[in-house]
Design a binder for this molecule. Structure first.
Ligand code: XMP
Length: 317
């Protein structure tokens, strides 16, 4: 019978045997999988593991600081890299979703490669791959696809020549969460909704600018906090806000406004392959709409996405 304690003990022993005195580098995303994998590796080899957490400027509001803080509290040896400008530059003028994904993927690879080069003699690349990633490694939109398309262009970056260590590659998501809880990782990380690697970059339809990111971060923050405050966050598999590339007419006082429209999306799912839109209470949606329009400058209309997957994907890009 599988238990998280047995899994933890045996995988720590296996990691120690495999890695020995070598150094490992690993990228953290703030998500469940990479956090649990890093914690497990850290239990096995301590500070022979260096973690890299990149601020790509496309994270949720305050996410970088808060998650970096959690990682430090967990004792992980983590380097936070502020690369916002690099990602915004790479995205400037791009509107096609796949082009945007590629630009984000490339920028990440460059930043990560630079950081990996600073670790002398590093031998291993830690990864948070879980079993469903292994069986569905031919995803069209996933980060691995981005990395693959990069290969064809410029050849392998050095860190990708490292040997890979993937302690979670036999586990399903719920088992990863169980292991994470047994490792006493904070609930803020364990219970977190999935969040795409390209982040808000694919929730700002069309071209991405710093100003649009700021606007969307405010909207998203109100929505996610609202879900938490109303006890709805854990009933939803994934949620977020989308900044639409259109403006709509509104009225404020005696003035006509012509401002942005945002969409809210909340879905239920098991694995992201199919998803149903969640029937959030009308009162809650009304409250969110008011708060967003009153508090976020430049937004005068809120809509709720009532499409399921298929045929609509979870992300709009
Ligand atoms: P879709 O939009 O395809 O999303 O229904 C299914 C799940 O995958 C996430 N997603 C991504 N994750 N890089 C990622 O790391 C991506 O490019 C990407 N695109 C979508 C999405 O958030 C959802 O959980």
């Amino acid at each position: 019978d599988w238990t998280s304690d047995i899994f933890i003990d045996s995988s720590i022993a296996a990691l120690k045997a495999k890695i020995g005195k070598d150094k490992v580098v690993m990228g953290l995303s703030g998500g469940v999988d990479s956090s649990v994998a890093a914690t497990l590796i850290h239990r096995a080899i301590g500070d022979q593991l260096t973690c890299v957490f990149v601020d790509n400027g496309l994270l949720r509001k305050n996410e970088f600081e808060e998650v970096l803080d959690s990682y430090k509290h967990m004792g992980l040896n983590v380097i936070g890299v502020d690369s916002k400008k690099r990602f915004y530059d790479a995205l400037a003028g791009l509107t096609d979703p796949e082009e945007k994904r590629k630009a984000i993927g490339r920028a990440f690879i460059e930043v990560f490669d630079e950081e990996a080069h600073k670790i002398e003699g590093v031998k291993w690349l830690g990864q948070g791959t879980i079993y469903p990633d292994v069986i569905e490694s031919v995803s069209v939109k996933g980060p691995s696809a981005t990395i693959k398309s990069h290969h064809n262009v410029g050849g392998l970056p050095d860190f990708m020549k490292l040997s890979v260590v993937e302690p979670l590659n036999t586990l399903f998501k719920d088992e990863v969460r169980e292991v994470g809880r047994a490792l006493e990782i904070v609930e803020k990380i364990i219970g977190r909704h999935p969040f795409p690697g390209p982040g808000l970059g694919i929730r700002i339809l069309g071209d991405v600018t710093e100003e649009k990111v700021k606007t969307l971060q405010e909207v998203d923050h109100i929505f996610i906090q609202g879900l938490k405050n109303h006890g709805l966050y854990d009933k939803v598999w994934q949620a977020g806000a989308i900044l639409l590339p259109i403006q709509s007419v509104g009225v404020m006082g005696d003035e006509r406004t012509y401002e942005r429209v945002v969409a809210l999306r909340a879905v239920g799912s098991v694995d992201g392959m199919t998803a149903d839109w969640i029937h959030l209470p009308y009162e809650f949606l009304g409250k969110m709409s008011n708060e967003i329009i009153n508090r976020v400058k430049g937004v005068n209309r809120v809509v709720y996405d009532i499409s399921s997957k298929p045929p609509a994907t979870i992300e709009w890009e």
